[in-house]
Structure formats: C-alpha cells, structure tokens
Design a protein around this ligand. Structure first.
Ligand code: ZN
Length: 175
C-alpha cells in the first residue's frame, strides 16, 4: 500500500465533521476505491473505524476493523443503519482519529443491530456487542455529524476540546 493511497483525516473543528452525510447512490463507481483508501488510512493511523466525512467525503460510508493487529477483517458499510439498540448500557473509553490523543469514557447501548449494503450490493446485518457495538455506534454517529464528545458532560467536553486545540496548534507550529 503506497502513501498515495492515504487520505488526509480532518480534525475538529472542521465543519464537515458536523454535517450530515448523504446516502450513497446504488452502484456509485467511486465507492470501492474510496473504501479501499479509507481502510488504508484507518490501518495506517492506526484506528479501528473511519467514516467518510472524516476524510471530507460527505457520504454514508464507514469502514471498521476492530482487530487490526491480528488477521485483518475489514467491514465496509454502505448506507449503514441502526435497526435496534439494547436497553442495557455499557461504558468504555473512546477516542477518535478526528480528535487525536483525546479519550473519554462514553456510555452507549451495550448491543446494537446494524444493517447495511456491502460492496457487492448485498444486504448485510450484524448484531454486535462489546467493542464492535461501541465502534459501530461511534462511526455511524459521524454520518450525522455527531462526535463521541457529544456523549460526555459539557465540562469534560470543553476541557477535551481546549486541550485538542492547544495540541493541534503546537503541532502546526512544530511543522
Ligand atoms: Zn471518530
């Protein structure tokens, strides 16, 4: 995989991270290559999920692989939808490639059922729990301009966003 395949990841407060993404049209010829580049970008980062708006493509497209260090098992989700959420909640630490080095405990439904179209046009569905459940909810949030920091207290959020702004500014200065 050459670096030419990699896509620049947008950071908060880029407004595209707050916008609603549009449905992918059936058989959009750009999608396989875009998904491939998103996966390359995600593995390189490294991360376990990436949504198209994070690379400035305002489309309902997500790539996920919660076991990137073991045998790679990527999932490409076109037009994914949450069809069921458990009442039971679960809390785990989350981060985001668009908020580098920022982490917080996020509480979400413990289990989720997601439906999507795969790259062959077939309908797929998964019932996930654990890390995959959190990852899918996190990535699908991105398609509606929602970030993991929206699920934490305003106090914690503001602290984290200030820290991020400071760190990104310092990084810019050092380059
Ligand atoms: Zn994210």
């Amino acid at each position: 995989m050459t670096d030419a395949n990699l896509l620049p990841i947008l950071f908060v407060p880029d407004p595209r991270l707050r916008a609603k993404a549009k449905p992918v049209q059936p058989a959009d010829p750009r999608i396989p290559a875009l998904a491939e580049r998103m996966l390359a970008t995600m593995y390189k980062a490294p991360g376990i999920g990436l949504a198209a708006p994070q690379v400035g493509e305002m489309l309902r497209l997500v790539v996920v692989d919660v076991r990137p260090d073991e045998k790679r098992d990527p999932i490409v989700l076109v037009n994914p939808e949450i069809v069921a959420l458990s009442k039971e909640l679960s809390t785990r630490e989350e981060g985001c490639l668009s908020l580098p080095n920022q982490f917080a405990d996020v509480t979400r439904p413990a289990r989720v059922k997601v439906r999507w179209t795969d790259l062959t046009g077939a309908k797929r569905e998964v019932e996930a729990d654990g890390l995959l459940a959190a990852c899918l909810q996190h990535e699908l949030d991105h398609l509606d301009g929602v970030l993991f920091v929206d699920h934490i207290s305003a106090l914690k959020r503001n602290m984290l966003l200030r820290k991020l702004a400071k760190e990104l500014k310092a990084k810019e200065r050092d380059q």
